[in-house]
Design a protein around this ligand. Structure first.
Ligand SMILES: N=CN[C@@H](CCC(=O)O)C(=O)O
Ligand SMILES: [Zn+2]
Length: 411
């Protein structure tokens, strides 16, 4: 199967030689080819260049992209797409003045979702989750990380991870699974953290490893959730089972968690709404990707990750959606990119780099996704006709996507 896309007004994120991420001042550079073509063969990017070099041999399908922009699909490296029901009532409670913390302290929040998940069959959770997955694919997401963390019991966590596995088998989109048993302490373990962490390490992890259900391990390292020491135990145990850490940290408070994550070679540290100078220092020169989740900041009215400060310090930054029922009931990466520009003062180039190549790094798939590079998976967004790619974040809220190609398939 050979497909040609021709007359592309702007082909974005072109990397002749693959890179695995961009940091600091490099983030402002988004290489592009004007008036371009691109060839897909066997679901991979086989060739691209300017129209003057466009091949005129036989193709199975030709798309004329006159006036349109083509870019890699978004790589969403942090989601909780698999869940049961919703938390609409908590949304209204917040409008009426309660904070996220107050709602959680009343037994709402993560424990509310856990109650719903444990009362729902695997089949029903799959059916609810696939609707969200199909929606984000239409919105231009071509690779997605999905976490467990709403089970908080051996069976519940396994159920979630099996749903993620089934989604990965049934859809062309690249999916990575992350085990987040350490998302919150179930009520019965509130006074006995040790026992729940033992359950995670001695019961959940061996079963998950046995069924090969997870690629990564996560924990909610936060005041009132998992302490630095508790998260270190989780990261160490994960490593024993071959799971690299990707950690929720610095969402509400800075308690030196980032240093612990870097020490344990975490692939990413995610949220970072509250960041200290010491956190920035420790990330410098590390291999850990900071990941910002601006839709979460927007939805629950908390600070935005200080992108300017971090990029000025020479750090890389990735953007992800955090799609979940509590803090971010949206997986729309177009909104994420626009919000990063509008609220975090990232330039369109920085935001697109953060949502493509740096997202791929944070998912461990930069060798195959995140840029227009020969041999990479054919994962492409074809926009509607645009004045320029600036329109993507500028006209926030408009659907500017015409077609999406995921792993070579038009969806
Ligand atoms: N902060 C921790 N976990 C999720 C939200 C969990 C929830 O409220 O359901 C997040 O990334 O925002
Ligand atoms: Zn999250």
């Amino acid at each position: 199967m050979r497909l040609l896309i021709k007359n592309i007004k702007e082909l974005l994120q072109v990397r002749e030689n693959n890179i695995d991420s961009v940091c600091g001042a490099e983030m402002a550079v988004l290489p592009k080819i004007d008036n371009a073509f691109l060839v897909i063969e066997n679901n991979l990017i086989a060739d691209f260049g300017t129209m003057s070099d466009c091949p005129d041999d036989k193709f199975d399908n030709i798309i004329d992209a006159s006036g349109k922009t083509v870019l890699p699909t978004w790589v969403d490296s942090h989601t909780h797409i698999v869940y049961a029901g919703n938390r609409e009532q908590e949304f209204v409670d917040r409008i009426n003045g309660l904070s996220y913390e107050e709602i959680a302290n009343r037994g709402g929040g993560i424990l509310n979702s856990a109650k719903k998940l444990n009362a729902t069959s695997e089949e029903e959770i799959y059916n609810q989750s696939k609707v969200r997955l199909e929606e984000v694919m239409q919105q231009g997401t071509g690779a997605v990380e999905i976490k467990s963390g709403y089970g908080l019991t051996v069976e519940g966590e396994l159920k979630m991870l099996r749903v993620i596995k089934k989604l990965a088998e049934n859809y062309p989109i690249k999916i990575k699974a992350t085990f987040l048993g350490a998302h919150a302490f179930p009520t019965e373990y509130k006074e006995n953290h040790e026992a729940y962490i033992d359950l995670i390490i001695n019961e959940m992890l061996p079963k998950i490893a046995d069924e090969k259900l997870a690629d990564y391990i996560d924990a909610f390292l936060e005041t009132g959730y998992f302490s630095v020491e508790e998260t270190e135990r989780i990261m160490e145990a994960g490593k024993q089972f071959g799971l690299t850490a990707k950690i929720h940290v610095n969402q509400f408070t800075a308690i030196n968690g980032i240093a612990a994550c870097v020490k344990h070679d975490a692939l990413s540290v995610d949220h970072l709404e509250i960041v200290t100078d010491a956190d920035i220092e420790v990330l410098k020169g590390s291999k850990t990707m900071p990941v910002a989740l601006p839709s979460c900041s927007y939805f629950i009215s908390i600070p935005y990750t200080p992108a300017r400060q971090m990029i000025s310090a020479g750090l890389p930054l990735a953007l992800a959606s955090d799609f979940n029922p509590g803090t971010t009931p949206s997986g729309n990466m177009n909104f994420v990119v626009a919000t990063a520009c509008i609220k975090m003062k990232m330039t369109p180039e920085e935001a697109i780099n953060a949502a493509t190549i740096n997202g791929a790094y944070a998912m461990g798939i930069a060798a195959t996704h995140g840029s227009i590079t020969k041999g990479k998976s054919a994962n492409l967004i074809i926009t509607k006709p645009l004045t320029s790619y600036y329109q993507l974040p500028y006209a926030f809220g408009s659907n500017l996507i015409d077609q999406v190609i995921i792993e070579g398939q038009l969806i």
